[in-house]
Design a protein around this ligand. Structure first.
Ligand code: FAD
Length: 474
């Protein structure tokens, strides 16, 4: 007789929970997956998918505005905001089957619709029933952080949870927060025709990026008419006016709608963690060891609820460790490998990162050399009228080992894949240079960056000898 109903009970059917269930079931474990709301979690329903769908529609409009650059006298687009938002929902509907209860049930997962409460280190209550498992994986995700700004609760503010229900385009939209979500949504709404103001208390938007990257995005935003108010701290709301503090003075900003994009809080309360004494970090995420195990040995975590990264691909990456460690520990267990973590901000220009940038290298006192290739010089980018941005590579001084790469420009999130692979498998700049890239593609920018690196590292003595050799041969 089995001691438990399941090997694993997974709580949360977002990216982290889905991938955990998938992996555990694929290796023949018995898994229950409990989701209280929509399968697919934030990514499918309120995050990555709808935001990228909206950005795409907005990009079509931006191309129409640039008609002259492409040789047309003009192009005009008529649209109804409701239909654009309907397209977003249609995109979600099309992707939905990938994350659906049907799909996961067919894979062998017991999918349960309901709110889970952990009642002991090995039991979970859902829909009035108690289920038991050797281990529990908590993958309950995060939600928009809404700070206590006086009178914010009195206005009908937007977050990434409810913005998708908007039926009319706000005329004046204030975005609180100039991070990746605020920047992506700000550009999308601006391109759709809203008057967008981004309010950011830091000196810059996208503040984790290097200065030249921030400059590129900031200038593009300003050129498109987005107002960026940095050093502005939101203090209070008074009707449809936001009061900010700027250099010790109050500044008033009028709006029709406010979008709060001030970070995300992990979902850690109300489902039994407090009662069991599961440790929570000061920043609100669940504490876990490098094996993703909490202080309660049978409870593991993955995804936004534990961080440190809050991306779909890092949730999926952690999910492998959580499910494998859960199933095989203490016989075999693996520390999560965070050595090569990529991400992208899907503004236009896109900003994609892997490994260190200059800001981080300096902070960590890591010596580096920088090689930059300007995409304004790239044949395909010129042909596409997308000749802007750059590939910026940090390498170990005197060596071709890559420490980190930032690409800013069109399709940067796709282009960086080559450098992610290179970093993961310790491939240096010489090998990237020695690889054939198809002409004319944007991907050639990666090779040309390696070419720039090579030019800066030509061995001078060997070159002098070669010069003499060729002179002798003439
Ligand atoms: C606007 C926006 C854009 C984004 N864009 C990107 C992007 O382009 N690329 C990228 O990589 N990431 C992006 N992200 C981040 C990405 O969406 C998250 O990192 C990812 O969804 C995290 O997955 P998760 O499984 O940890 O959590 P979630 O997706 O939040 O899933 C958690 C699930 O747990 C369920 N749950 C919670 N408590 C219980 C309970 N007690 N019982 C049962 N179920 C429960 C919830 O209903 C939810 O479905 C974006 C996020 C936002 C908001």
């Amino acid at each position: 007789m089995s001691k438990y109903d399941y090997n694993i009970i997974v709580i949360g059917g977002g990216s982290a929970g889905l991938v955990s269930s998938y992996i555990a079931t694929a290796i023949k474990a018995k898994v229950a997956l409990i989701e209280k709301h929509k399968m697919g979690g934030d990514c499918l329903n309120t995050g990555c998918v709808p935001s990228k769908a909206l950005l795409r529609s907005a990009k079509m409009l931006s191309y129409a505005k640039r008609a002259k650059e492409f040789g047309f006298k003009k192009a005009s687009v008529e649209f109804d905001f409701k239909e654009v938002m309907q397209r977003v929902q249609d995109v979600i509907k099309t992707i939905e089957p990938h994350d659906s209860r049907e799909r996961y049930t067919n894979l062998g997962v017991d999918c349960i619709e309901g709110e889970a409460t952990i009642t002991s280190p090995h039991s979970v209550e859902v829909n009035g029933k108690t289920l038991t498992a050797r281990s529990i994986i908590v993958a309950t995700g995060a939600r928009p952080r809404v700070p206590l700004i006086p009178n914010l609760d009195k206005i009908d503010y937007l977050t990434s949870d409810n913005v998708w229900d908007l039926k009319a385009l706000p005329k004046k939209l204030v975005i609180l927060g100039g991070g990746p979500i605020g920047s992506e949504m700000g550009q999308a709404f601006s391109r759709l025709g809203a008057e967008v103001t981004i309010v950011e208390k830091a000196p810059q938007i996208l503040k984790r990026e290097d200065e030249n990257i921030i400059k590129l995005v900031t200038e593009k935003f300003q050129q498109e008419g987005i107002k960026i108010l940095t050093h502005h701290q939101a203090r209070a709301f008074k009707g449809n006016t936001l009061i900010c503090e700027y250099q010790g003075k109050d500044v008033e900003i009028k709006f029709d709608k406010v979008f709060v994009a001030l970070g995300r809080s992990a979902n850690v309360t109300g489902f039994g963690l407090e009662e069991l004494g599961v440790e929570i970090r000061p920043r609100g995420t669940i504490e876990a060891n490098p094996f993703l195990q909490t202080n309660i040995p049978s409870i593991y975590v993955c995804g936004d609820v534990t961080g440190p990264y809050q991306f779909t691909h890092t949730a999926a990456h952690q999910a492998w460790y959580a499910s494998v460690n859960t199933l095989f520990s203490p016989l075999k267990k693996f520390k999560v490998d965070y050595s090569v973590i990529p991400w992208a901000t899907f503004t236009d220009p896109e900003v994609a990162r892997v490994g260190l940038n200059e800001k981080e290298a300096k902070k960590q006192n890591i010596l580096y050399e920088v090689t930059t290739y300007g995409i304004d010089d790239l044949d395909r980018a010129i042909a596409d009228s997308e000749a802007h941005g750059f590939v910026k590579v940090l390498t170990v001084p005197g060596k071709d080992k890559i420490l980190g790469v930032t690409i800013a420009g069109t399709h940067a999130g796709d282009l960086i894949a080559e450098y992610i692979l290179a970093m993961k498998y310790n491939i240096g700049m010489n090998k990237i240079l020695g690889t054939i890239h198809i002409y004319p593609t944007l991907a050639e920018a990666n090779k040309f960056a390696a070419g720039e690196w090579k030019r800066a590292h030509v061995p001078t003595l060997a070159m002098k000898l070669l010069e003499k050799f060729h002179a002798w041969r003439r």
